[in-house]
Design a protein around this ligand. Sequence first.
Ligand code: DI6
Ligand code: FE
Length: 406
Amino acid sequence: MGQLADILFTNVNLATMDPKSKIAYGIVENATLVVKNGLIGWAGPAADASAFEAQITHDCAGAWMTPGLIDCHTHLVFAGNRASEFEMRLKGASYEEIARAGGGIVSTVTSTRAASKDDLIRDARNRLAALKTEGVTTVEIKSGYGLDLENETKMLEAATALSGDDVRILRTFLGAHALPPEYKDDGNAYIDLVCNEMIPAIAKAQLMEAVDGFCENIAFSTDQIERVLVAAKAHGLPVKLHAEQLSDQGGSQLAARYGAISVDHLEFLSNDGVDAIAKSGTVAVLLPGAFYFLKETKLPPIQLLRDKNVPLALATDCNPGSSPITSPLLILNMACTLFGLTPEEALLGMTLNGAKALHMDDQIGSIEVGKRADLAIWAIDHPAELSYWMGSNPLSARIFNGKFAA
Ligand code: DI6
Ligand code: FE
């Protein structure tokens, strides 16, 4: 009798994204993969596989398997939409002008505050379904459209309710996203609320895995953000930062000093900023969807980041203002066409480096023995196709925690 397995995948080509592999994409052709107890039990060339006896044997008929995709930066929970601002921008108004005139993030805050938790869950579930349809198995969801304890809690509870037996959700508290109308002209008082009331209460309720902020002219200064990072650290929480999206504020250097797991956006990242995050081991999360939708022209310093070996992750940044995008495959394509990533770098950005941006790379993000069996099977002839097709979806199956998931 062979070794027992839960699922045996045969006749499959693997893009393992295993960092130990010397081969592009960590490719193993004509492979076998074994799932046991929700984990990857064995993976390698079929010729090397010993006899396995499985409850389910799935003949992949030459299809490709990758790690399940990871969307490490989203604002998936929100109410309403901002199509009218899209129209205003097309008539010449800028994202910053709209924000300063009381639209932008604050308009989504108004609709999110008015929505019930069930409304938020229902709308976000549709967007989550779209992500899953394209092979996503892990999603990070930020708060940041409540901007008071009650509504930030409601958002994070909605995010919690979305996690289930077919997807992994990680929650990030983004109280320092924008200044709520009731604190107009008093950013410091709002940051007091974030640090002294919201972070302690949300930490106590165990509703977040990390803390984020928006360091920008139209949001919070480095001094204000530093107080948020200090409060997060005091609660033992890892930090991330929206940095250098519309201007260079030095947010990345600040985040690096606090050992941030990621800094995100980075179009205006300076050489000093690159040096700082390279030293702190911080992941650079690139968000080409927001770059595209805001018609930005300044590119993140990709070559410098590569030269300094900064891990590059990619995400949809799904949100109603700057990136109303629920297609991770489109993001892979945009990363290549707009930012010049190779298809291999792009896939790494939505697998292993996405996992790194969530401090989860010991458990997910690559096909390696002992990691969670979060997998995607694709009807393609080469993994570069994942970045190549636009508007078609070659996913043929998604496996979450060792089980076939819809
Ligand atoms: N930067 C972004 O691109 C999103 N948040 C942020 O800090 C935009 C959020 C929005 O416009 O609703
Ligand atoms: Fe964002």
